[in-house]
Design a protein around this ligand. Structure first.
Ligand SMILES: *Cc1c(COP(=O)(O)O)cnc(C)c1O
Length: 449
């Protein structure tokens, strides 16, 4: 492990207008100092809002490096990580195979403006594992995938209406920001500034887990087949099947946002687990092995509406990037059915450990498990795990804050928001889970008073 970061010392602090008093000593920057310095060039000091700790308070740890299930901040504090890039690094940080694939690819050049074998192989790998994806188009983020899906669904059907569900999150795209997922729920905003009414005039936001009656002006229904941005909420029996039937009845497209669940719940994602075939599927996170990527997959006849074959525009300078697709391929190659059996067991173990640790401290909390995903719900407002956004919102955010900071002090990184999912991956071995349990127990001590 490295010592200090050659970034900051007392003299450069002064030169840059930093407060040297925040330094941990000459040459060792503090999280506080670096966060304040970032905030002078980056709005709020972050490039994704949740990272700012706004909903839990305090200063974010600034990550210097990570390996496996651990991250180290700039002060060299080591944390056991349950964030895992919000699920993007399912093999753990800096997995040797992924790192090697990135190095190899980088040596061949980083982007060409021409088709490549690596994007072809990743598209084939996705189609093989997710049969509804007869064609796959790559882009650079989950957000790009959902926004392209909106345009494609409208272009392919000639309709405008989009249906979404309360508490589902589909990235930072205007048409789908009519109601928030984790980000907005955490910030407590009803919507977001900057989205004109017109942009969401054709977006309906309906209660999750209730099959709506649709009209034949609906272009597409967007759904997180397992909701993972309002805690973790399973689809009610019949919900996804009901959406499929209702979409078929009115000629609307069913779009599964599997940006989290894709290659997380299993090789075939939520659509395999629940045996419901969507028309379009959005991917991100896992399929890039921790590099920026998104993909839209789906029925051939629909996907062929995209340019250059059809008339729905899509393009991207870095789309299908050779390094991101190489990292994604390396990750998918490691993900065998056995791996998912392991992850299932670890998710259950994590949930049971957290439940026991909380209950022995008198902290009311639930940690619902859906496949390999683990959610959190604090307080005693619900008898069972939440089934929709209204129930999810009853979580005790103040209690979560205490838990968050308690375990952080003991060396455990939870996502800094009460509505996020917890992620275990290949790097969370039995030995590590044991260490995690000890830290959690220590971190929770005395919190409930
Ligand atoms: C993370 C996420 C997105 C957005 O993906 P980005 O890569 O952050 O743009 C979309 N939908 C769901 C369900 C997500 O969890």
């Amino acid at each position: 492990m490295t010592g200090t970061i050659p970034f900051c010392d007392a003299s450069t602090c002064v030169a840059k207008g930093c407060q040297p008093t925040l330094c941990k000593g000459a040459g060792i920057p503090s999280n506080e100092e670096m966060f304040q310095r970032s905030a002078r060039s980056i709005p709020g000091g972050v490039n994704s809002s949740i990272r700012a700790f706004k909903s839990v308070g305090g200063t974010p740890y600034i990550v210097a490096r990570a390996e496996g299930a651990r991250v180290w901040d700039v002060e060299s504090n080591e944390l056991i990580d349950l964030v895992q890039s919000y699920g993007a690094v399912i093999l753990g940080h800096a997995h040797p195979k992924v790192t090697a694939a990135i190095r190899d690819a980088a040596g061949d050049g980083t982007s060409y403006g021409a088709p490549t074998p690596r994007e072809m192989k990743l598209a084939e790998a996705i189609s093989e594992r997710v049969p509804s994806c007869e064609r796959v188009r790559f882009m650079n983020s989950g957000t790009e995938s959902t926004s392209t899906a909106v345009r494609l669904a409208r272009g392919a059907t000639g309709r405008k209406r989009i249906v979404t569900f309360h508490g589902n999150f589909h990235g930072a795209t205007d048409a789908l920001l009519a109601a928030g997922g984790s980000g907005l729920a955490t910030l407590g905003l009803p919507g977001t500034a900057g989205v004109p009414e017109e942009a969401v005039a054709n977006t309906w936001v309906l209660p999750y887990n209730v099959v709506p009656q649709l009209d034949n002006d609906v272009a597409a229904v967007f759904v997180e087949p397992v909701a993972a941005n309002m805690g973790v909420v399973a689809p009610a029996p019949g919900f996804l099947e009901g959406l499929r039937a209702e979409c078929d009845r009115v000629g609307a497209l069913l779009v599964f946002d599997e940006v989290i669940t894709g290659f997380r719940l299993g090789l075939g994602g939520a659509q395999a687990k629940y045996d419901v075939r969507p028309d379009l599927t959005c991917f991100g996170k896992v399929i890039g092995g921790g590099l920026p990527i998104g993909a839209l997959g789906g029925r051939k006849d629909i996907m062929e509406n995209l340019t250059p074959l059809g008339s729905v525009f899509h393009a991207g300078t870095l789309a299908g990037n050779p390094i991101a697709t190489a990292a994604g391929l390396a990750a998918l190659n490691e993900l065998t059915p056995d791996v998912y059996m392991e992850l299932l067991a670890r998710a259950r173990a994590l949930s049971a450990m957290l439940r026991d640790a909380c209950s022995s401290e008198g902290i009311h909390a639930q940690f619902p498990v859906v496949g390999t995903l683990v959610g959190m719900h604090f307080g005693n407002s619900l008898h069972d795990a939440p089934t929709n956004f209204e129930e999810a919102k009853t979580t005790d955010e103040e209690l979560f804050k205490k838990v968050f900071h308690g375990v952080l002090k003991a060396g455990v990184a939870l996502p800094p928001g009460a509505y996020e999912a917890l992620f275990v991956g290949l790097a969370h071995t039995d030995e590590l889970m044991q260490q995690l349990a000890e830290r959690v127990a220590k971190g929770l001590r005395g919190i409930a008073v």
